[in-house]
Design a protein around this ligand. Structure first.
Ligand SMILES: *[C@@H]1O[C@H](CO)[C@@H](O)[C@H](O)[C@H]1NC(C)=O
Ligand SMILES: *[C@@H]1O[C@H](CO)[C@@H](O)[C@H](O)[C@H]1NC(C)=O
Ligand SMILES: *[C@@H]1O[C@H](CO)[C@@H](O)[C@H](O)[C@H]1NC(C)=O
Ligand SMILES: *[C@@H]1O[C@H](CO)[C@@H](O)[C@H](O)[C@H]1NC(C)=O
Length: 221
């Protein structure tokens, strides 16, 4: 089995008062759009573009699901994170990722917000609003990336998760039989999966606000 080496986790709790926006973009998958924002920012800052690995991205969606829609365990004093063993015991099997090909995770970003925003906004107003996450996005430690976004039953809160790895693109997070297991609700990157808007992200579409305004950012190890 791959040797796991976890770097510090970065968790961002973001509660947005901004208006919601659901728009279909070119790729029709918000997770792919987030990866593209990350890679654009990296190449502009002279870091390499990262391989968009669908197996790693599927794990990112499982990572979100482990929170069961509970924003309050993403950051702050009640912060929780899935145990490392969950990668081998449940995330990889659920995704059809061969456990022997799990590779070290070199960075992770997690954000939760009450309302859905476009991926470019999630990138610039959530991820890049924090020095540590800019460092993680632009780090030379990574070679590949996987992103996922999901609402919860009936709408918000919405979770964004980005996992980075230094695995080799052709032999890390390999999907059994080369088949991507798509599961809804939620979208993940790298799988050529059209996953647009309300239907895919949320089982039934209903916007609600958890009644908090402002921006909260929390860092946790
Ligand atoms: C990348 O993100 C950083 C931090 O927000 C920003 O200063 C920089 O302008 C961005 N670069 C590009 C090309 O978007
Ligand atoms: C890159 O890896 C080194 C060595 O493991 C670590 O000290 C450093 O914090 C990492 N950089 C980022 C941005 O995570
Ligand atoms: C993966 O890529 C490396 C380097 O690019 C190469 O040496 C190796 O043979 C490749 N493995 C497979 C299974 O294609
Ligand atoms: C797996 O799928 C990719 C993308 O469709 C393809 O390029 C690759 O050759 C496939 N690999 C195997 C072993 O079937």
């Amino acid at each position: 089995m791959a040797n796991f080496m976890w770097t510090p986790v970065l968790c961002i709790l973001f509660i947005s008062a901004s208006s919601s926006a659901l728009q279909n973009k070119v790729t029709n998958n918000p997770a792919d759009e987030l990866v593209s924002s990350i890679n654009n920012n990296r190449t502009a800052s002279k870091s390499s573009s990262l391989y968009s690995n669908p197996g790693l991205a599927c794990l990112a969606l499982q990572y979100i699901k482990a929170y069961k829609g509970d924003c309050s365990s993403v950051g702050g004093t009640n912060a929780k994170r899935p145990a490392d063993s969950e990668f081998t015991e449940s995330f990889a099997p659920n995704c059809g990722v061969e456990v022997s090909t799990l590779s070290p995770i070199t960075g992770r970003l997690l954000a939760c917000q009450s309302k859905y925003v476009e991926p470019s906004v999630a990138f610039s107003d959530i991820l890049m609003k924090n020095a540590r996450s800019v460092e993680i996005v632009q780090s030379k430690n990574h070679s590949e990336v996987g992103a996922a976004v999901s609402g919860s039953d009936g709408g918000g809160p919405y979770f964004w998760c980005v996992l980075f790895s230094n695995g080799k693109s052709n032999n890390s997070f390999v999907l059994e039989g080369n088949v991507t297991k798509i599961s809804r609700p939620g979208c993940f990157s790298g799988a050529n999966d059209e996953c647009s808007g309300a239907v895919a992200l949320f089982r039934s579409f209903r916007l609600w606000s958890i009644g908090v305004t402002g921006l909260v950012i929390a860092l946790a190890l």
